[in-house]
Design a protein around this ligand. Structure first.
Ligand code: SAM
Length: 226
């Protein structure tokens, strides 16, 4: 049966890949990826020669049709994203849904688990993580303020992704709506400059004011429960 494999890849350190992921990527007929250059670096490191094709959230219907054709020919396809687990705040959700809907049980959809920034960050944060609320990327405008208000009263650890361009804005909002809450930032996880910064949002804003270089990189924001 043709297979769609959802393959998790490293979030920074290229050694964070499972043996199974490497095998599946090697054996697939095609690797669907966001950026062929980014994935190309990973494939090169593990001497994987499988052809790649780009696929992202704005991909046209024609691309989905091409994928459908390949499955009809019996091919096996691996889906990766630039980093971490595909479909988790990343492209892929729609494709998986479309393949499920179109082929029913005729294409096997399997998960090859591995790194995901949300789990990596939480695991080293020390914050309660038996249950938590993951918000992905927060909306830029509509609903943003409401979310911060809700988050301020949350009895669960709240986790979200933020880009370096918006991290200060997020901290300012947290400082406004949840000034006493403990916030932990997981920055550049698994990379050379990995660090965890902890404090109230106000204290973290001071850290960034003193050391603007830290505003660069990738962030997972974790907010302690009320
Ligand atoms: N699907 C990915 C996953 O499973 O982790 C997430 C992709 S999402 C487009 C990218 C966001 O994840 C970044 O903006 C950042 O918030 C977070 N992220 C990814 N890699 C990270 C890292 N090494 N350190 C901290 N955050 C990271």
């Amino acid at each position: 049966m043709p297979t769609l494999s959802i393959v998790a890849t490293p979030i920074g350190n290229l050694e964070d890949i499972t043996l199974r992921a490497i095998r599946v990527l090697k054996e697939a007929d095609l690797v669907l990826c966001e950026d062929t250059r980014t994935t190309g670096n990973l494939l090169k490191k593990y001497d994987i020669k499988t052809p790649t094709m780009s696929y992202h959230s704005h991909s046209k219907l024609a691309k989905v049709e091409k994928v459908f054709e390949l499955f009809e020919e019996g091919k096996n396809i691996a889906l990766v994203s630039d980093a971490g687990t595909p479909a988790i705040s990343d492209p892929g959700v729609l494709l998986v849904a479309q393949v499920r809907e179109h082929f029913g049980g005729k294409v096997s959809i399997v998960t090859i688990p591995g790194p995901s920034a949300v789990i990596a960050a939480l695991s080293a944060s020390g914050l309660p993580a038996s249950d938590f609320l993951f918000l992905g990327f927060l909306p830029h405008k509509k609903g943003r303020e409401t979310l911060f208000k809700e988050l301020a009263g949350s009895k669960r650890t709240v986790v979200f992704y933020e880009s370096p361009h918006r991290i200060l804005k997020a901290l300012e909002s947290l400082n406004k709506f949840a000034p006493d809450k403990r916030v932990i930032l997981g920055r550049e996880l698994t990379k050379i400059h990995e660090e965890f910064l902890a404090g109230t949002a106000g204290e973290l804003l001071e850290v960034f004011a003193k050391d603007p270089g830290k505003v660069r990189g990738e962030f997972v924001v974790m907010v302690a429960p009320a």
